[in-house]
Design a binder for this molecule. Structure first.
Ligand code: NAD
Ligand code: UDX
Length: 463
C-alpha cells in the first residue's frame, strides 16, 4: 500500500519530534499530530516558532520548515484517524497511581482510550503502530479492543518503540542506531511491516531497520532502558565506594570503559538518573516479572531503582552533613532543575528530590535553570505532596540569572550538566557567597582544581 497520510495521537516529547522528522524526510506524506491537550496543540501552532512546547536542539528549525507544508498539529483526533492509513499511538504511559499495580505497573488507560476511539472512527483498514513504551503483550489487548468494537475493518498492530533520548532527540531521530519494528508473522502482518519500513527507508539505511515479532519488539524497549539505567546505578554504587577508599570514579569508569566488551558510554556517575522513562519502565518490568511469579528477576531489576533513590538521598544528606549538620534557614543554590541538559523536561529529575530533602531540613532554596520556570518548579514539588504549595513557595526563590541565584548562599549544588555552568565567572560567584563557600557537583561538571584555587570547598560524586 502506498502510504501518503499518517497521523500520530499524542503531541508530546516523542510524538512531536518524531513526526516532525518524518514530515521533513517524507515530503510526500501528510503527517497530522493530534492531542486532546488544546494548549499544547496551540503552542505547536504558535506563530513564533520559539514558543513550540518542547525544547530540543534543532527542533524548531524542522518544525518551521514542515509545519503547514506536510506537518499539521490539530485537536481534531477523529478526522485525523479517519484520514490516516497508519496511526501512531504516542500517548503517555505513566506508572499507575491507583488500584492494582499502583506505583509499579504502567497505566494503560490512555492507550485503551486511543484504541477504542480508533475502532469507533475507522471506516477502512488501518495499521496501528505502538510508539509508546508498553508492557509486553499489550498489542494483544489493543487487537482485542479493535476487533471487538470496530466497524468490521481490518487492523494490523505493529510495535515500533522509540529510542530517542531527550536533549538529542533530533539527531537521534535523524541518525538512529536502529529502528525496531515488530509485527505479526502472517502475510498481512508482514505487509504492514513493509509499509512502515518504507517510511523509515526514506532516510535510514535498511540495514539499520530491524524487524521482529511483536512481543520481542515490545520487550526490547523495556530491556534497553533497563540495561541503560543499570549501568548508571552500577557506576553510582561504585562512586560511593570510591568516596570511602580514595579511588576516583572518573578514573575507574575510564579504565573499565576501555574494555570493548564494556564500552565507555553511560558510565557517568551522577546525583542519580531522572527522566520520564527509566524509573517507569523498570518498575513496569519488575511488575511484569512479578506477575509471572519470577521473583528473582523482579528483585534483580528493582535494585536499580533502589540504588538510584539511595544516590539522590545521599547527595542531599552529604550537603547537610558537610554544612555542619544543619541547613535550616541557610540559602542553598541549586543550579539546574531539568533532568539532563538541553531539555526543558523535569519529569523525575533528581533536583526535585534533592530540593524536597533540603526543604525537610528547612533550607531556603534558590534555583536557576536556563530552561525551567518557577511555575514548573513549584508544580514538581507540589506533585510530591510532602508539604503545602504555599510552604514550598515560601522557601523557594527562582532567579532569571545564576549570579543572583548564588548571591549570599552557603552552598551551590550542580544538578543538571548545562554547558553554560562551566563558563560562569566563578570568582565573582565566590565573592558574593557566605564563607566557607561550598560546591556539591552532582554532575562532576566543573574543574575541581580551578574552584579550589578560588577558595571553594568542592565535593564531587565518587572522588
Ligand atoms: P508526553 O506526556 O510528553 O505526551 C503524551 C501526549 O499524549 C500528551 O500531550 C497527552 O495530552 C496526549 N494524550 C494522552 N491521551 C490522549 C488521547 N486519548 N488522545 C489524544 N492525545 C492524548 O509523553 P512522551 O514523553 O511523549 O511519551 C510518550 C510515550 O513514549 C510513553 O509511552 C513513553 O514511555 C515513550 N517514550 C518516551 C521517551 C521520552 O524521551 N520522553 C522516549 C522513548 C519513548
Ligand atoms: C532514555 C533512553 O536513553 C532513551 O533511549 C529512551 O528512548 C528514553 O529514555 P532520556 O531519559 O531522555 O532517554 O535521557 P538519557 O540520556 O538516557 O538520560 C537519563 C538520565 O540518566 C538523565 O538524568 C541523565 O543525566 C542520567 N545519566 C545518563 C547519568 O546519570 N549518567 C550517564 O552516564 C548517562
Amino acid at each position: 500500500m502506498k502510504i501518503n497520510k499518517i497521523c500520530c495521537i499524542g503531541a508530546g516529547y516523542v510524538g512531536g519530534p518524531t513526526m516532525a522528522v518524518i514530515a521533513q524526510k517524507c515530503p510526500h506524506i501528510k503527517v497530522t499530530v493530534v492531542d486532546i491537550n488544546e494548549q499544547r496543540i496551540a503552542a505547536w501552532n504558535d506563530e513564533n516558532i520559539d514558543n513550540i512546547p518542547i525544547y530540543e536542539p534543532g527542533l524548531s528549525t524542522i518544525v518551521g520548515e514542515t509545519r503547514g507544508r506536510n506537518l499539521f498539529f490539530s485537536i481534531d483526533v477523529e478526522k485525523a484517524i479517519e484520514e490516516a492509513q497508519i496511526i501512531f499511538i504516542s500517548v503517555n504511559t505513566p506508572t499507575k497511581t491507583y488500584g492494582k499495580g499502583k506505583g509499579m505497573a504502567a497505566d494503560l488507560k490512555y492507550i485503551e482510550l486511543c484504541a477504542r476511539q480508533i475502532a469507533r472512527v475507522a471506516k477502512d483498514n488501518k495499521i496501528v503502530v505502538e510508539k509508546s513504551t508498553l508492557p509486553v503483550r499489550t498489542a494483544e489487548a489493543i487487537k482485542n479492543i479493535l476487533d471487538n468494537t470496530g466497524n468490521g475493518v481490518q487492523f494490523q498492530i505493529l510495535s515500533n518503540p522509540e529510542f530517542l533520548a531527550e536533549g538529542t532527540a533530533v539527531s537521534d531521530l535523524l541518525n538512529p542506531d536502529r529502528i525496531l519494528i515488530g509485527g505479526d508473522t502472517t502475510p498481512e502482518g508482514q505487509k504492514a511491516i513493509k509499509s512502515l519500513v518504507e517510511i523509515y527507508a526514506n532516510w535510514i539505511p535498511t540495514i539499520k531497520i530491524l524487524t521482529t515479532n511483536v512481543w520481542s519488539s515490545e520487550l526490547s524497549k523495556l530491556t534497553a532502558n533497563a540495561f541503560l539505567a543499570q549501568r548508571i546505578s552500577s557506576i553510582n554504587a561504585l562512586s560511593e565506594l570510591c568516596e570511602k577508599t580514595g579511588a576516583d570514579i572518573h578514573e575507574v569508569a575510564g579504565a573499565i570503559g576501555m574494555d570493548s566488551r564494556i564500552g565507555s558510554n553511560f558510565l557517568k556517575a551522577s546525583v542519580g538518573f531522572g527522566g520520564s522513562c527509566f524509573q517507569k519502565d523498570i518498575l513496569n518490568l519488575v511488575y511484569i516479572a512479578k506477575s509471572y511469579a519470577l521473583h528473582e528477576v523482579a528483585d534483580y531489576w528493582e535494585q536499580v531503582i533502589i540504588m538510584n533513590d539511595h544516590q539522590k538521598k545521599r547527595f542531599a544528606n552529604r550537603i547537610v552533613q558537610t554544612l555542619y549538620n544543619t541547613v535550616a534557614d541557610k540559602k542553598i543554590t541549586l543550579l539546574g532543575w531539568a533532568f539532563k541538559k538541553d531539555t526543558n523536561d523535569t519529569r523525575e529529575s533528581a533536583a526535585i528530590y534533592v530540593a524536597d530533602d533540603l526543604l525537610n531540613e528547612q533550607a531556603n532554596i534558590s534555583v536557576y535553570d536556563p530552561k525551567v520556570n518557577r511555575k514548573k518548579i513549584l508544580a514538581d514539588l507540589d506533585y510530591l505532596e510532602t508539604r503545602s504549595y504555599k510552604a514550598n513557595a515560601s522557601k523557594i526563590t527562582t532567579c532569571n540569572n545564576p549570579y543572583d541565584a548564588c548571591e549570599g548562599s552557603h552552598a551551590i549544588a550542580i544538578l543538571t550538566e548545562w554547558d553554560e555552568f562551566i563558563y560562569y565567572d566563578w570568582l565573582k560567584i565566590y565573592e558574593s557567597m557566605e564563607k566557607p563557600a561550598f560546591i556539591f557537583d552532582g554532575r562532576n561538571l566543573l574543574n575541581k582544581l580551578d574552584l579550589q584555587k578560588i577558595g571553594f570547598i568542592y565535593q564531587a560524586i565518587g572522588s
